[in-house]
Each structure stands twice: as C-alpha cells, then as structure tokens.
Ligand binder design. Sequence first.
Ligand code: SAM
Ligand code: SF4
Length: 329
Amino acid sequence: MLRDNHHRPVNYLRLAVTDRCNLRCFYCMPEEGIEYMPKAELMSYEEMLRIVRVMVGLGIQKLRITGGEPFIRRDMMDFLGEMSRLDGLQEIHITTNGVVTAPLVPALKKLGICSINLSLDTLNPQLFHEITRRDDFHKVMKTFEALLSHGISTKINAVMMEGKNDHDLLPLAMLTKEHPVGVRYIEEMPFNGGEAHYDKLWWSHRRILETLQNHFPDLEKIPDPPSSTSYNYRIPGHRGTVGIIAAYSRTFCGTCNRIRLTPQGLMKTCLYDDGVFNIKNLLRAGATDEQLGHAVLDALGNRAKDGFEAESRRRFGLPVSESMATIGG
Ligand code: SAM
Ligand code: SF4
C-alpha cells in the first residue's frame, strides 16, 4: 500500500491525457480558449503507459482518464484498450463532456470501463450553450442515454455557478428519480484560465445542501465510499443519489487518496499545487523505471497536508488561475 507522509493511503491516479477541448466552459477556460501545449510537450501514449505501469507497481489501483476532453485525442480507444489490459490495474474510470462520446459507449462497455462521469451543468439547451459556448446539449444527452441503456455506472458532474445555473439544482436532482445515476454538485473553483468569478462563493457546499433539504425535507444521508470527495444523500423513492463536492472549501483533504498527472507530465500531489515534478522530462532524460518510482515516492513523502498548504507552497505564483483543462479536475 502506497502512503504519503501524512499516512494517507494513495491508490488513485487521475491522468489528464490532453489539454485540448471541444467546449469552452465558462468556469474552465476563457471564450477564446487557452494556449495549448505544443504537441511535443504532451506525453505520448507509450510514455503514459510506462508511467502508469510504474505507478501500478507502486500501489495505484484505480485510474481516471480525464483532460481536456479525452475523446478528442486521436486513437483514444486503442489507448484505453491497452490500459484495460494492464496487469494490476483494477479500475478505469473516465470523465468526459459527452459531446463525441455517445457512439463510443458500446466499446467502452466492452472494455469494462467501471464508470463514467459526465459533465452536465444544466438541462436547458440555451443555458448549456451560454455556459459551454457551444451548441452541443443534445449530443451530451445522447451520451447520457447511451450510458444508461448500456448499464454503465454514471455520475453527472454539475458545477454550481451563481447567476448561471441556480435554477438547475433541483431539476438535476430530479434526474435521480427515474435514473440510477449520481448527480454531484461541485463548488466552483478559480481554475478557469483567468480570475475567480466571485469574491465570495455563493454556491458553497452548505448552501447547496440547504437548498436540497428545503426542497426535499426527507433527504437522507447515506454512507460515503472510502476517500470519497462527495457527501452523498438519497431522496426517498429515487433510484439515484445526489452528492456535494466541496472542491473550493476543501473539506475532504484528510482522506485524499489521489495524485494527478497533467498532459505534459507534471505530477501534482494536490489539485491546488502547481506541480511537484515533471515525470515525462525524467523519463525522456533516460530514467529507469526504478528511478521514476523513486521520484514518485519522494513526492509523496513531501505532500502538503491539505489544499490550503499546497496552495501556499505554489512556486509559480498565486492566485490559482490555470485552466482546469490543463489539470483534469
Ligand atoms: N472535459 C471533460 C469534462 O468536462 O468532463 C474532462 C475534464 S474537466 C476539466 C473535469 C471536470 O472538472 C468536469 O466535471 C468539470 O465540470 C470540472 N471543472 C472544470 N473547471 C472547474 C472549475 N473551475 N471548478 C469546478 N469544477 C471544474
Ligand atoms: Fe472542456 Fe471539460 Fe473544461 Fe468544459 S470543463 S472546457 S468540457 S475541459
């Protein structure tokens, strides 16, 4: 079992396979997009496979593929096939915006992908266009339907934004009535390639919970999976669940079991740090698997105790302003 210097088990890697995206979500990047990494700076599939294999050897059991939008990277399905055959890796999960995902769902089912997180902040097509700056609502809904009909475990990720999707909180919760999905409300973080959109976060985890409780007075707390970032609830009579992720308030750091790799190979031991070392550069400089493993262990031996400490240790400056597409969420 891999542990950090605070004795937290670490068994979960989030791998952002690209910083490219086909949407321009308001809370993630500016309308004109972000300056993408030159292709040569991105990890190749071979490099990612090798790094993940080393990390699985150290104790990583669960992998999430994220981005940018993972499914716009060419040959992504072949890469997922390779990953699904990796000895020792127990679970593969994917986070996607769902725009080009629907036709791939049968193949994802065949590969045994454990679950998909689908990002969907509103059920209103016009508001979807306003938030994502693209007119792709119906394609995302097709993915949602395909995931349900193929029986792939699905969570909906909705970032709550003051003055944008306030009126979607309850309709999104109602998706859980008919469908066995987890709807998770996420506090907006300032990772948008610019400045924070708020002085004080309006949709805090507390306000989200109060709003749900006011509307569903019988809302039941249910047990949270180990190392879960969400506080989970059930509305009696509903097939699915709702969850709240206090991503900005950072209430879950004490059980954090995850590390991250950005598309250019920066390892992050916390969402709020700005990268602790670049494993791709090490690999390209000729490091052996053993040396790569040692570098990972060293980083985990110096891990910040929580997101506030990680933020205060940032070397390349405050405030946090990079786009989430360069991190993977
Ligand atoms: N493109 C894919 C997608 O949107 O699902 C995967 C990458 S995206 C960066 C991963 C997750 O981060 C999404 O669920 C998205 O809603 C969330 N996210 C992006 N920017 C965020 C922000 N500023 N605050 C909170 N969550 C954010
Ligand atoms: Fe793209 Fe996902 Fe960021 Fe939206 S949240 S711009 S879909 S990376």
